[in-house]
Design a protein around this ligand. Structure first.
Ligand code: RM4
Ligand code: MN
Ligand code: MN
Length: 424
């Protein structure tokens, strides 16, 4: 299904007067509102193809109905999001969940919705039907060469699919590691993994990037072969200039200072991209900004400061992706909330008065520094983000329009109540 332009316009008309009032209120206290709006309009966040169905846990999965049955329908769903918010102009695919059988027509379909293909994701964390060798004891780290080769070949195949779609990056997340002390020789596992990544790296097209994602735990719980940003950075540095670290917000040990990690990776020119989500415990993959919004703000504050220091383009120089998926919400509503949270936080980070912050830091004025950050964080920027959406052709209140337009009901009618999307 598609949301017609006139429906969005009608919806906006009804809300315009109140929107203007709110916008004027927040804009009055700000400098360079136009510059800020321009940045918000440009900023796009990729939607993961595996988050369009209801996410499960190992205890079960409760499908909400109307889930996309094919890659085409996944693209249609992201198209709906992008029509509503103007900031979801890309999709990130997972292979083999989303193999594009006819890449040409898939690419054309995505273009119809104004979508690009963001990073391609390989999958060696579970065995696929008909797969010759098992990843039970790891993939690139495996003690057996033939298993490692199978994993390398899979990644190279993913790059090939990506090339056909116009993607420019490969994200490698490995579940490799060990569950018990003594199971692995750490150095051997690292060495095997590095050699595998080197072969994959050698197959990257010239204008591609490789993102090495780390995660401290799960499904291995004693050690992980790409367990933290230090290990990821080590691989990325040894691989070469096209390799970067990818930060997934849910992949750290409790209370990790993620904003500091981000600052240092940016300083080294080795931060490649982001997987946004939120969590209470670990890799919970909850809606962005739903649990620790101030932490997200502090991360964005470092991103903006660090990118500006290196003259980077906020919208295009890093890979911005959501990686969230769970049990209890309509996935499309949830993704609208996640994108909104990212845009709001980015806007707040843009509001930080950098000159005054530097002065406070130089003067050891801790109180002033904290006041500056919290002042930006506590600014209600919802009208600014809504204005950016309006200018991008989106809806002033995407969630309200989604509900009023009975989108989920339509999807259930079209696709059925019992459909189950490929993904987690
Ligand atoms: C992992 C990791 C990867 C994602 C898979 C589905 O925990 O976050 O990025 O592709 O989950
Ligand atoms: Mn991730
Ligand atoms: Mn994860």
């Amino acid at each position: 299904m598609q949301i017609e332009k006139y429906k969005i316009e009608e919806h906006n008309q009804g809300l315009l007067k109140e929107h203007r009032r709110r916008l004027d209120f927040v804009a009055q206290g700000l400098r360079d509102v136009e510059g800020l709006l321009g940045k918000l309009v440009e900023f796009q966040v990729a939607i993961p193809s595996w988050a369009l169905g209801t996410g499960g846990t190992r205890f079960g999965r409760f499908s909400g109905g109307g889930e996309p049955r094919s890659l085409e329908e996944k693209i249609e769903d992201v198209g709906l999001l992008h029509a509503l918010n103007g900031s979801s102009g890309a999709i990130s695919l997972h292979i083999p969940w989303d193999i594009p059988k006819q890449a040409g027509s898939i690419r054309a379909l995505a273009a119809q919705y104004g979508l690009k293909f963001d990073a391609m994701n390989s999958n060696t964390f579970r065995d696929q039907a008909g797969q010759e060798l098992s990843y039970k004891f790891g993939s690139l780290q495996h003690v057996r060469k033939d298993v490692r080769k199978q994993a390398i070949d899979h990644n190279i195949e993913v790059i090939k699919y990506g090339e056909q779609l116009g993607s420019k990056s490969l994200t490698v997340w490995l579940s490799d590691g060990s569950c018990f002390p003594g199971q692995l020789n750490f150095r051997q596992a690292f060495q095997n993994t590095l050699e595998g990544l080197q072969e994959i790296y050698a197959a990257l097209p010239a204008d591609w990037k490789m993102f090495v994602e780390y995660k401290a735990f799960e499904p291995n719980f004693y050690s992980t072969t790409v367990g933290d940003w230090g290990q990821s950075l080590l691989y990325a540095s040894k691989l070469g200039p096209k390799a970067y670290t990818l930060v997934d917000l849910g992949h750290h040990l409790p209370n990790a200072n993620i904003e500091q990690i981000v600052a240092l990776l940016l300083m080294e020119g080795k931060l490649g991209g982001f997987h946004f989500n939120d969590s209470k415990y670990g890799d919970d993959d909850l809606t962005v900004g739903s649990i620790k919004p101030y932490q997200l703000f502090l991360i964005f504050n470092e991103l903006v400061e660090g990118m500006d220091a290196r003259g980077m383009n906020h919208a295009t120089d890093l890979g911005w992706m959501i990686d969230a998926s769970h049990n209890v919400k309509d996935p499309l509503e949830d993704l609208l909330q996640s994108v909104e949270a990212i845009m709001l936080t980015y806007a707040q980070a843009l509001l930080v008065d950098r000159k005054r912050l530097v002065a406070a830091q130089q003067g050891n004025d801790v109180v002033a520094a904290q006041e500056l950050l919290q002042g930006a964080f506590r600014t209600d920027v919802r009208a600014l983000v809504a204005e950016a959406r309006l200018r991008a052709g989106g809806a002033l209140d995407p969630l309200a329009l989604y509900r009023a337009g009975k989108v989920r009901e339509h999807l259930i009618k079209e696709r059925g109540a019992g459909t189950v999307a490929t993904g987690l």
